[in-house]
Unconditional design. Structure first.
Length: 474
């Protein structure tokens, strides 16, 4: 996944020269082109980060402004010539502040800060200032041109390339259980540096010097590698991650599965036909009629199926609207039927107006939970509906937990303690922030899904019934 930045960088290198040539042909100044790319890309990033954070994070059109800033400062240096006017002290002050800001951002920037966005202007701006005002003999220049930093710079490609799989395997081994992995990642840094050093001297430099096979051989090997990777990925996809084969293997080893994905999918599919018409108009009328609309992502669908399959006194309906989509919902309720991520054939406005209660639940991401809260407030204030928001309760890979529980001989008490540690603490913290907003608003009601299963005082989560079966599927 970490090669995304390399892909975006190469896309920019392919497209931007074409723009430069077109700009020269029509007589536009380069400064104008840089400004247009910067402004349009930044505006697109700010919008897309709210509506689709993943698309914004990984796309060239939302990242081009950062690269355009670098191209702009390079062009400025080329045409300005003498950048030392204004005095050494001023240049040292600017570069010192920029370098200190970059170090501070590296150490203290909140992990949940949405990127790219306004906050991204800080590291980009600091880098621009550092490059623009660096002077030979200056403090920042002497530091960054020291032998240590030059060597790190030479190995930077390998450091970036190799650290991620190592860090990822550490996360996978410890099931993403949070801060406890930091010590192991720190201990792995010598290995990362060793691999980067070996890569520099055994692969990168020989390739640049033509000491390896020619371009045709390299392209051929690269093509075969891409095809092999694509074939393996396709096979894994069509086999559904080999989950049934893995389950059969561990069953033969005597491992009791805590999570059987295929079995759970079968149970959910058995329930789904009875609740298939999830967006049909409400049928009941009268004082005894209770109508509830459930909005949200797949967690909302689970909630809807559980409620609709068990309840006899309330009519439930469900509509898919995930929390990133909630941020793009207009303030005017009459425009809600035009929501891009909603089925246009569904009359959302009618479902909302006919409902007595609206339930909203999702996985609640750090960058979007506030959008969900604001959407709930709009529904309550515009339509006067009772709005209930449900918190999230998510866990790390419980499939690997089956193996660890079997190897360590966990009893039910130990399992409950292990489940508590397997919570997605990042999502739980986000859910707690949403809880604080909702409970401070008298017009909204909060239901703590985490509290259904987990006891914080005892540090346990009870996910299995007395027979050892999951208390909730999916």
């Amino acid at each position: 996944m970490h090669t995304w930045s390399l892909a975006v960088e190469e896309q920019f290198y392919l497209l931007f020269p074409l723009l430069l040539m077109a700009t020269r042909r029509i007589g536009m100044r380069y400064r104008t082109l840089f400004s247009i790319v910067f402004v349009l890309s930044l505006a697109g990033a700010l919008w897309t980060t709210r509506t689709d954070p993943l698309l914004s994070f990984y796309s060239i059109h939302t990242r081009a402004w950062e690269l355009a800033a670098g191209a702009g400062v390079a062009m400025w240096l080329l045409h300005r010539g003498d950048t030392q006017r204004g005095g050494a002290r001023r240049h040292d002050l600017f570069t010192g502040i920029a370098l200190a800001l970059l170090v501070a951002l590296l150490m203290f920037f909140p992990e949940a800060t949405p990127h790219p966005g306004l906050a991204t202007l800080l590291p980009v701006g600091a880098t621009v200032v550092l490059v623009a005002f660096m002077r030979p003999g200056g403090v920042a220049y002497r530091l960054l041109s020291s032998r240590l930093f030059v060597q790190i710079g030479l190995m930077s490609y390998g450091l970036y390339l190799y650290h991620n799989p190592i860090f990822s395997y550490i996360d996978v081994y410890f099931d993403y259980l949070g801060d406890g992995t930091r010590l192991y990642k720190l201990a792995s840094l010598p290995l990362v540096f060793l691999l980067a050093f070996a890569s520099l001297h055994l692969i990168e430099r020989p390739l640049r010097r033509g000491q390896w096979p020619g371009q045709r051989a390299i392209l051929g090997m690269s093509g075969l590698g891409v095809l092999a990777t694509a074939a393996i990925g396709f096979l894994i996809h069509v086999q559904n991650g080999f989950q049934s084969q893995i389950a059969d293997y561990y069953a033969r080893q005597g491992v009791p599965l805590l999570v059987d994905v295929e079995l759970e999918r079968g149970k959910i599919d058995a329930v789904r036909p009875s609740v298939a018409e999830r967006q049909r108009p409400y049928a009941c009328e009268g004082a005894d009629c209770r109508r509830t609309l459930v909005l949200g992502d797949s967690l909302a669908e689970d909630t809807y199926m559980a409620l609709d399959s068990q309840s006899s006194g309330t009519e439930y309906r469900y509509l898919y609207i995930d929390d990133p989509c909630m941020g793009g919902i207009p303030a005017d309720p009459t425009a809600w039927n035009a929501i891009a991520c909603n089925d246009d054939s569904v009359d959302l406005d009618a479902l909302l107006r006919d409902a007595d209660t609206v339930m909203i639940t999702a996985k609640w991401q750090e960058t979007t939970y506030n959008d969900g809260y604001e959407f709930a407030v709009r529904i309550h204030e515009a339509l006067g509906k009772t709005v209930v928001m449900l918190g999230s309760a998510l866990f790390s890979d419980l499939g690997s937990m089956s193996i660890k529980a079997w190897r360590n001989g966990y009893d039910r008490t130990q399992l409950d303690h292990a489940f508590y540690q397997y919570q997605r603490w990042d999502r739980l913290r986000t859910s707690e922030k949403l809880k604080a907003l909702v409970e401070a608003d008298p017009g909204l009601i909060w239901i703590d899904r985490h509290g259904f299963f987990c006891d914080d005082a005892a540090e346990t989560c009870q996910l299995l019934d007395p027979s050892g079966q999951p208390m909730i599927w999916d």
